[in-house]
Unconditional design. Structure first.
Length: 199
């Protein structure tokens, strides 16, 4: 269900099929989760003290709870709609920042120079997470998705889809070339084509 919501945010072209959804771990949003938890604990720890101030204390208590819920739900929403979608034609990068700002970019596989992963940091070692990078050809731009579980599988799948895409692209160009050659042969004749090609 988590991946279906992400897939609903993209438009698939004709004959395009989703292959894999790559997501960051929830650990990327550990900071906001801790802040919201501390705010909730603080609100209930100070509840008796705050309620002694009457309406103002009740408002402060309510504000802490609402703020904690807001921070938690914002982080969860960002996690829910951030990730990469691999299709048979392209890589789509979706990045959700807050509730209302979403960035979407896409890269066709023949524009990818390399895909690789890097495992670094304490969370990577403890939880088996790694960062996935995609470097674009003819550019210094890199796409990065941090702290991915199964990062090595993600890189392998990107490379496999790139190989499949390039093979299909080559087959399509070869078929078009054969079709054009057949049209020329029909127009000028087989003997003239042989003389033209030097056979």
């Amino acid at each position: 269900m988590l991946n279906i919501a992400l897939l609903n945010k993209i438009w698939l072209k004709n004959e395009e099929a989703p292959i894999l959804v790559i997501r960051s771990s929830l650990i990327n949003w550990l900071g906001p989760f801790l802040v919201s938890g501390l705010l909730l604990l603080g609100a209930f720890f100070l509840m008796y003290f705050l309620w002694q101030f009457g309406l103002w204390g009740l408002l402060a208590f309510s504000f802490l709870i609402v703020l904690a819920i807001f921070i938690f739900s914002r982080a969860l929403y960002e996690h829910y709609f951030t990730g990469w979608v691999l299709t048979n034609l392209r890589l789509i990068d979706l990045y959700q920042r807050g509730f209302f700002h979403r960035e979407t970019s896409e890269v066709v596989y023949d524009k990818i120079k390399e895909a690789y992963c890097q495992k670094a940091g304490i969370f990577s070692g403890l939880f088996g997470l790694g960062d996935v990078y995609v470097a674009l050809a003819g550019s210094r731009v890199k796409l990065m998705l941090g702290r991915v579980r199964g990062y090595d599988r993600a890189v392998s799948e990107i490379i496999l889809q790139q190989e499949n895409y390039l093979a299909n692209l080559f087959d399509g160009k070869e078929r078009r070339a054969q079709y054009q050659l057949q049209k020329i042969k029909n127009k000028i004749g087989a003997d003239a084509l042989s003389r033209l090609l030097g056979d």
